[in-house]
Design a protein around this ligand. Sequence first.
Ligand SMILES: Nc1ncnc2c1ncn2[C@@H]1O[C@H](COP(=O)(O)OP(=O)(O)OP(=O)(O)O)[C@@H](O)[C@H]1O
Ligand SMILES: C[C@@](O)(CCO)CC(=O)[O-]
Length: 350
Amino acid sequence: MFKEIKISSPGKIILCGEHAVVYGKKALACSVDLRTTLTASHTSNNFFQLILINLNKTVEIKKEDFMSIRSSPISSEPNAIINHLEKVENDKIVSSLKFFILLDPDLEWSKIAGLQVLVSSEIPIASGLGSSASYSTCLSSLFFVLGSNRVFSESDLETINRNAYYIEKFFHGNPSGLDNSVSTYGNFVVFEKGQIREKFTSDQKLNVLIINSQIPKQTLEQVKKVRSLYEKHTAVLDSLMNTVDILVDKFVQSLKEKSSLDGIKDLVTINQGLLYALQISNQSLNSIVNICEKFGFGAKITGAGGGGCCITIFDHANRLEELKLCLTENSFLPFETRLGSKGVRIDEIN
Ligand SMILES: Nc1ncnc2c1ncn2[C@@H]1O[C@H](COP(=O)(O)OP(=O)(O)OP(=O)(O)O)[C@@H](O)[C@H]1O
Ligand SMILES: C[C@@](O)(CCO)CC(=O)[O-]
């Protein structure tokens, strides 16, 4: 058993395929170089203490309460645990802990006096960059280590990803599973019909500027809005979604073949046109795209739209500082990061 363990996992952006993925088409997402870090250390105070720095929140469960949660007569089938906790527990963070307590009846809590778990993240929360998935993946990894009493390897990632997905259900109801998959495996992930279709890395050194509109994102609302448009104009939207599916293929091909950035920029601009047609843009997001275009960058919404972030991909810094300044002057928050960082990993153990 470790004295202290440090686990980290990345956030994500969707490069292409948001919304269309809800209709069974492909989506391409990628990890970004922003991570959540979880540090767990054994203590002797008989408490399980979870300190969430970004939320300014601490959750404490006494060891004896831990034991009594475990002895409640609930099946250890994950969906049964989720249904039970959704009825009896309002706090999603507490649910995320209780889920693991109930999931693994063999976990030897009696051997653990106390545990302090500190979570801090570079990923802005609720901006569509997968902060909840990254938290869920770190927590799932910690409980994997506690349950198996060993470090995890590549072949354990499937279990870690599956359990992270269950935690995501507390935060998102019925998520696609894309975010936790990117957080677990890192790099580029193509997702289709609820499953990972392909994972790959790219040698192309691409940078991305994420531009936060600072308008809270409204995933559920935007998904509903697209659904009602779809019901009114099904044939048109079917055709649009099929085009997005082809764009994802082109994107994947460009990344694998290290095509020129010009080609990728075209794909980004076409994708944004289609997202605009889905009516998920708004004045602020349009304004971000226009500012980027003014400085020669192609930009698109990433995620659900209606708020949240846009992205622009680049391989050179020409006019980047001017662009950042202009975005900031217009009350947007730009930050640079790299595409395709590693998935969940143990950074330190002793
Ligand atoms: N660093 C963190 N520490 C603890 N909890 C977190 C952290 N980040 C996210 N969460 C949990 O996830 C919730 C935010 O989830 P939300 O879906 O709104 O944002 P997101 O995951 O950034 O967005 P998206 O899933 O669209 O990418 C928070 O309210 C909190 O409960
Ligand atoms: C809009 C959407 O496609 C992406 C939200 O980040 C919704 C989803 O996939 O669940």
